[in-house]
Design a protein around this ligand. Structure first.
Ligand code: COA
Ligand code: ZN
Length: 300
C-alpha cells in the first residue's frame, strides 16, 4: 500500500473569497458536492468573518446548511474572533481554523489586530471550539514573505509557532500566502516548526503566485509533511494581499504526488472535470496546468 498524502480542498473558501465572480450559495454547494464526489474528505467550506471585510463569504451559514454530510467528510471553516467561532459551531463545522499572520502590517490589514492580539484571539477561539468538541487548526500565514513588510524573519515565525503550539491544535499550518517561497526556505521553516511544535501535525499551504508551489510541496514532503491545502483549478487569492494569486491547483498537486508514488484517495479525472465545470461557473479560465494537459498520457 502506498503512503497517504492528505489534501485539504480550500477552493470553496480561500479559492472563492477573492475571485471576481459572485457564486450563489447553490453554486458553492454544488462545487462542494462535486469535490466530495471526487473523493475529498477534508474541505474548507467557508469562513465566518465580517461580511463587510469579505462579502463573498457572507453566506457561510447557508453554505454549511446545504453541504452533503457524512461520517467520511470533515468540513472546516475559518474564524478569526469569538463571533466567528460561535457562528461556525452553530453551523455544524467539524473543524475551526484560525489564522495568525507572521507580520504586524499584514496582521492589521487582514484582521485589524496585532500579532499578539491575534494569538490571544486564537486561544479564545480554540477554547470555544474544544468546549463544543470541534477540532482546531491554526495557520501561521505569510511565512515566506509579506506584501507590506517584505522578507520575514524565520525566528519570528518559530516564536509564533511555539506560542500556538501551547494551545495543542489538532493541526498547525504554515502558509505562503503570497507565493514568495522557495524550497530551501520551506524546508527550513518546516524543520524549525517541527522543533517548536513537537508532536503536532503540520500542514502546508502554498500559493503559486511565482510558480514555486509544487517545488515547495516537494520540499515539504521531504521534511515529512503529509497534509497540504490546495484549490481545484488553482483559483484563489487573498483580499488583503495585493497581487496574491491562486492557491496551488488540486489537480496539479494530485498529479505530482500520485506520480511520486503517494496515494490521495482522489480521482484525478473527476477533479479535472470539476475544474472545467468551475471555469464555466466563474466565467473565466483557471490557472491549473493538469486541467489542460490531463493526467499521465495513455498510449494510443
Ligand atoms: N461574523 C459576522 N460579522 C462580524 C464578525 C463575524 N465573525 N466579526 C465582526 N463582524 C462585524 C461586526 O458585527 C461589525 O459590524 P458593524 O460594523 O455592522 O457593527 C463589523 O464586523 C466590525 O466588527 P469588529 O468586532 O469591530 O471587528 P474588526 O473590525 O476588529 O474586524 C475581523 C475583525 C477579524 C472580524 C475582520 O477584520 C475580518 O472579518 N476580517 C476578515 C479577514 C479574512 O477573512 N481574511 C482572509 C482570510 S485569512
Ligand atoms: Zn491562502
Amino acid at each position: 500500500m502506498s503512503e497517504r498524502i492528505q489534501i485539504v480542498e480550500v477552493a470553496p473558501r480561500d479559492g472563492l473569497q477573492a475571485d471576481p465572480a459572485d457564486l450563489s450559495t447553490a453554486q458553492k454547494v454544488e462545487l462542494i458536492e462535486r469535490l466530495v464526489a471526487a473523493g475529498h474528505t477534508r474541505i474548507e467550506a467557508t469562513s465566518f468573518v465580517s461580511p463587510k471585510a469579505v462579502p463573498k463569504m457572507a453566506d457561510g451559514d447557508a453554505v454549511m446548511a446545504g453541504v452533503p454530510r457524512s461520517a467520511e467528510v470533515s468540513y472546516s471553516a475559518l474564524a478569526l474572533n469569538q463571533r466567528g467561532v460561535e457562528r461556525a459551531i452553530e453551523a455544524g463545522v467539524d473543524e475551526v481554523c484560525g489564522v495568525v499572520v507572521a507580520t504586524e502590517a499584514f496582521s492589521q490589514a487582514n484582521q485589524r489586530a496585532t500579532v499578539a492580539e491575534s494569538v490571544q484571539r486564537w486561544r479564545d477561539i480554540s477554547d470555544a471550539a474544544r468546549a463544543s468538541g470541534v477540532k482546531t487548526a491554526v495557520t501561521v500565514s505569510a511565512v515566506c514573505g509579506c506584501p507590506y513588510e517584505g522578507r520575514v524573519d524565520a525566528e519570528s515565525v518559530f516564536d509564533i509557532v511555539g506560542e500556538l503550539a501551547e494551545t495543542q491544535p489538532d493541526e498547525l499550518a504554515l502558509a505562503d500566502t503570497i507565493g514568495a517561497g522557495v524550497p530551501t526556505r520551506v524546508a527550513e521553516l518546516f524543520a524549525g516548526a517541527r522543533e517548536r511544535a513537537p508532536g503536532i501535525a503540520l500542514r502546508g499551504h502554498f500559493h503559486n503566485t511565482r510558480n514555486t508551489a509544487l517545488a515547495n510541496i516537494a520540499a515539504a514532503i521531504d521534511t515529512g509533511v503529509r497534509v497540504f491545502d490546495s484549490s481545484v483549478g488553482g483559483v484563489g487569492g487573498c483580499p488583503f494581499a495585493p497581487k496574491a494569486t491562486g492557491n496551488v491547483a488540486t489537480e496539479d498537486v494530485v498529479y505530482l504526488v500520485h506520480e511520486m508514488g503517494y496515494d490521495t484517495g482522489l480521482d484525478l479525472d473527476a477533479l479535472i472535470e470539476t475544474s472545467t465545470w468551475l471555469e464555466t461557473q466563474l466565467g473565466h479560465g483557471v490557472p491549473s496546468l493538469v486541467a489542460k494537459a490531463g493526467g499521465f498520457p495513455t498510449p494510443k
